[in-house]
Ligand binder design. Structure first.
Ligand code: HPA
Length: 280
């Protein structure tokens, strides 16, 4: 049974049952696609597509560049579930709404979750179009609403250790896949902020100083929920705009989607490699 701290179990089961009826498989891998990454599904053998409107209790993907479809299919002859469209705190969703899909994936059998996002690069060695595998995050989203409503707190309170959020083996195999295929994949620290605005120059400077390599507006709530549910997590950040506070350039959502798309073939290679390794 899913922990009620994440979201009410009856909501989770109601949604999971609709997916099970449409696609009776037990996927071990789940993927969440970030802004501009929808074409990753081009390499997937699609068996069934479920628009989020057809999934009871599922939020709607409101941000541009997020299709809002749960894609059920095969990669490397293994069943996989792909969320083509994600939800953000800045769309007004509460944490229990942001994390319901994660609990649904868990209920359907998902043991490892690949969470992707588009982000701004803070590290001066990073370039647009490159990928960073997340080693750790800094959660500045908690400056927003409380992560769990008091009624959903477990009794006695349970704390989810955030120390080892990102699975070491998945991270190491991602770096090995990139090395072998000959593309750049950094490792580093993701800072999650609430958005929806891009940062001021002073904020970019601050975020770099406190230890960030990249900054984005998603990922952290999903990763914490997945860890709470004892899934293994791989976080992949597509570096879009480079945040150079002293050489400012305007960041737009169109540009972020365009640059995130550059990384699609390499993200697809990582997903294939990770799925193949986990089924070996
Ligand atoms: N900041 C926050 N989120 C982002 C950025 C950024 O510069 N680029 C893409 N997502």
């Amino acid at each position: 049974m899913i922990d009620p701290a994440i979201c009410p179990p009856q909501f989770v089961e109601q949604t999971a049952e609709v997916v099970r009826r449409a696609w009776p498989q037990r996927p071990r891998t789940g993927v969440i696609l970030g802004s501009g990454l929808g074409r990753v599904i081009d390499g997937v053998h699609i068996e069934c597509e479920l628009p989020y409107e057809k999934l009871p209790r599922f939020p709607r993907a409101l941000a541009a560049g997020h299709r809002g479809v749960l894609v059920c299919g095969q990669v490397e002859h293994q069943p996989i579930l792909i969320m083509d469209g994600r939800f953000h705190r800045y769309e007004g969703y509460r944490t229990s709404e942001l994390t319901l899909p994660i609990a649904v994936l868990k209920s359907l059998g998902v043991e490892q979750l690949i969470v992707t996002n588009a982000c701004g690069g803070l590290n001066p060695n990073f370039r647009s179009g490159e990928i960073m595998a997340i080693a750790e995050h800094i959660n500045l989203l908690t400056l927003g609403p409380r992560p769990l409503p008091p009624s959903a707190q477990p009794h006695p309170p349970r704390w989810c250790g955030a120390r080892a959020c990102y699975d070491h083996e998945l991270l190491a195999s991602t770096l090995a896949i990139a090395r072998q295929a000959g593309f750049v994949c950094h490792r580093g620290v993701y800072i999650g902020v609430a958005g929806p605005n891009y940062e001021t120059r002073a904020e970019y400077r601050f975020l770099r100083k406190i230890g960030g390599d990249v900054v984005g507006m998603s990922t952290v709530p999903e990763v914490l929920a997945a860890r709470y549910l004892e899934m293994r997590v791989l976080g992949l950040s597509m570096i879009t705009n480079i945040a150079c506070p002293d050489r400012p350039a305007k960041t737009t959502h169109e540009e972020v989607k365009r640059l995130a798309a550059l990384a699609i073939p390499n993200v697809a290679k990582i997903i294939r490699g990770v799925v193949a390794a986990s089924s070996a």
